[in-house]
Design a protein around this ligand. Structure first.
Ligand SMILES: [Zn+2]
Ligand SMILES: [Zn+2]
Length: 258
């Protein structure tokens, strides 16, 4: 099983060498994408990841540092399929998102561009609990307070827990505080993919250690904020000390084996 980082930056102004948040999980020869920040399709394609082979896309929340690359991802899939004759694993890409209505106009735009009425994606609303399962993986969602507590109970920001090949991955998305995932941390996982923006990464690392002990086996930071972008060595060292062993700060186009 592999994780391919497509974008490692948070929603900052454009950063040299980094794009905003997106990554692909490769398991059992299949590709599943999480978030779709700017340029995700470009980074995937230029690193030999076939976006026509995507089985599903999981969006944590509607902020543009997590979805800004979605229209271009759809366009790239159409280009690969129609022009280069690369088969689509899913003709209609399943997209799981807390806010499907965000994409209603994009669906119309794609019809207008392609002069075809058949849809190229189908958005399903994410709520707490299991959102997807197939032969290769299962994905659960848990709401968080990144976009505050909704008065109508309609949560707009989620974290994901992924089960594949007998392993568990927790993806924070954007959180209000690390403690929101304590139950998932404490029940153990092979890898936590945690945002380093919005929080001091060393404080988040110390918190996860306190909540989970050694039940979280590997800690990887993505969605980098100012601490890491402006002072990478100092931030990495503080975080390593807080965690007690090396921590990975992801870069664009990095691949990790789990
Ligand atoms: Zn974000
Ligand atoms: Zn956000």
């Amino acid at each position: 099983m592999k994780i391919h980082i497509l974008g490692s930056c948070s929603g900052t102004e454009p950063m040299p060498g980094r794009h905003q948040t997106a990554w692909i999980l490769e398991t059992a020869g299949r590709l599943y994408q999480f978030d779709a920040g700017e340029n995700c399709a470009w980074t995937a394609h230029t690193n030999n990841l076939n976006v026509a082979a995507l089985r599903a896309l999981f969006i944590t929340h509607p902020h543009f540092d997590h979805v800004g690359g979605f229209p271009h991802l759809l366009w790239t899939r159409s280009k690969l399929h129609n022009y280069h004759k690369i088969p689509l694993a899913e003709e209609v890409l399943p997209v799981f998102t807390p806010e499907p209505e965000q994409w209603a106009h994009l669906a119309e735009l794609m019809i207008c561009l392609r002069k075809k009425k058949d849809p190229v994606f189908a958005a399903t609303k994410v709520v707490d609990g299991e959102v997807f399962s197939d032969e290769a993986l299962r994905v659960e969602a848990l709401h968080n307070r990144h976009l505050r507590v909704p008065e109508n109970g309609d949560w707009r920001s989620f974290s994901y827990r992924i089960f594949a090949e007998g392993k568990r991955i927790v993806y924070s998305g954007d959180l209000r505080e690390a403690a929101e995932l304590d139950e998932w941390f404490a029940s153990g996982c092979d890898l936590v993919l945690m945002e380093s923006g919005h929080h001091r990464p060393w404080e988040a690392a110390a918190h996860i250690r306190e909540a989970a002990g050694t039940k979280v086996r590997k800690l990887v930071f993505i969605h980098h904020g100012r601490d890491y972008l402006e002072r990478p060595e100092e931030t990495a060292e503080l975080t390593r000390k807080a965690w007690g062993e090396p921590v990975v700060f992801a870069d664009d186009a990095m691949t990790m084996e789990i």
